[in-house]
Write a protein that binds this ligand. Structure first.
Ligand SMILES: Nc1nc2c(c(=O)[nH]1)N[C@H]1C(S)=C(S)[C@@H](COP(=O)(O)O)O[C@H]1N2
Ligand SMILES: [Mo]
Length: 242
C-alpha cells in the first residue's frame, strides 16, 4: 500500500455508518464538540496526521465521503475573496471570481466517485463549468501540453494532460450533491475529474496553469499514477466511473 496517511488500508469496508455504530453517537458528539471553535477542518486536519485508521471518515453529513486534506488547516473562502487564476501558456490569462464562474454555462454530471484506497460513492451529482470552456477562453498556445492545478490550502497540486483536461467530463465544480460545495469538500470550487481516481479532483482550487509538460501532483510525487483512470491504473480493477 502506498502512503496516503489520511486514508484507510485498501478495501477496508468501514463506512461512516459502521463507525457510528462502533463508537456510538455519544462518541461522535464528544469528538465534535471542541470542533466548533476551530472549524471542522482544523480538527480533522490535526488528527489526520496522527491517526491513519479512518477516524477522518467521521465527516457529519458526508454522505459516504471521507474528509481528506494534506494541509493541517485551510482558509475559508467565499464570494468576497475567492479567486481562480488561469495562466501559463495562454494568450489571455484571466482571474475569475465566484460570480464570474457562476455566470458561465453549467454542466451537471452524475457518476460514481472512486477513491484509490477502495471506497466508492454511487451516483454523485457534480455541477460546474467545463474546464475546456475556461481553456478555450484563455487561448492555449501551441506549446501548451498539460495543466498544473494549485490549491489555496497552499500544498496540494494536481496535473492533467491537455487532452485529458479538454474532456467533457472534467469540471471546475461549484456544486456537489446538488448543493454549493462546502468547505470540507473543497469549496467553494474544486476540480472534478469524473473518469479518474478521486485524488485528481483537487479541492480548494485556485490555479490552472498551462504548462509544456505534465508536472506530477502531490500524491503522484509519492507514487500514485499520473494517468489515474479508474480501473486502469494504480494496479486496481474497479468498475470505470465515466
Ligand atoms: N486540496 C486537496 N485536494 C484533495 C485532497 C487533499 O488532501 N487536498 N485529497 C484528494 C483525495 S486523496 C481524495 S479521495 C478526495 C477527497 O475528497 P473529499 O474530502 O471531498 O471526500 O480529494 C482529493 N483532493
Ligand atoms: Mo483518495
Amino acid at each position: 500500500m502506498k502512503p496516503e496517511p489520511t486514508e484507510e488500508p485498501e478495501g477496508r469496508p468501514i463506512g461512516r455508518r459502521v463507525f457510528l455504530g462502533t463508537l456510538g453517537l455519544g462518541a461522535l458528539g464528544v469528538a465534535a464538540a471542541p470542533v466548533l471553535q476551530r472549524g471542522l477542518e482544523g480538527f480533522l486536519g490535526s488528527i489526520s496526521g496522527k491517526d491513519p485508521t479512518g477516524l477522518t471518515g467521521l465527516l457529519p453529513n458526508g454522505g459516504g465521503f471521507r474528509y481528506y486534506s494534506v494541509a493541517a488547516s485551510v482558509p475559508h473562502k467565499g464570494p468576497a475573496d475567492y479567486r481562480l487564476t488561469v495562466d501559463g501558456l495562454v494568450d489571455h490569462p484571466h482571474t475569475y471570481t465566484l460570480a464570474d464562474l457562476r455566470a458561465l454555462p453549467q454542466t451537471r454530471l452524475v457518476k460514481d466517485v472512486q477513491c484509490v484506497t477502495g471506497w466508492r460513492v454511487p451516483g454523485t451529482p457534480f455541477e460546474g463549468v467545463r474546464l475546456s470552456h475556461l481553456l478555450d477562453a484563455a487561448g492555449v498556445q501551441a506549446a501548451g501540453k498539460a495543466i498544473r492545478f494549485t490549491c489555496f490550502d497552499g500544498t496540494y497540486t494536481e496535473s492533467l494532460t491537455l487532452d485529458q483536461a479538454r474532456r467533457p467530463d472534467v469540471l471546475v465544480a461549484l456544486r456537489m450533491q446538488d448543493k454549493d460545495i462546502g468547505h470540507d469538500h473543497g469549496g467553494p470550487v474544486r476540480l472534478y475529474v469524473a473518469p479518474m481516481y478521486f485524488y485528481k479532483s483537487a479541492k480548494w482550487l485556485s490555479g490552472i496553469t498551462v504548462t509544456d509538460q505534465v508536472r506530477p501532483g502531490y500524491w503522484e510525487e509519492l507514487g500514485y499514477d499520473v494517468d489515474a483512470w479508474v480501473g486502469r491504473s494504480n494496479g486496481r480493477t474497479d468498475e470505470p466511473t465515466s
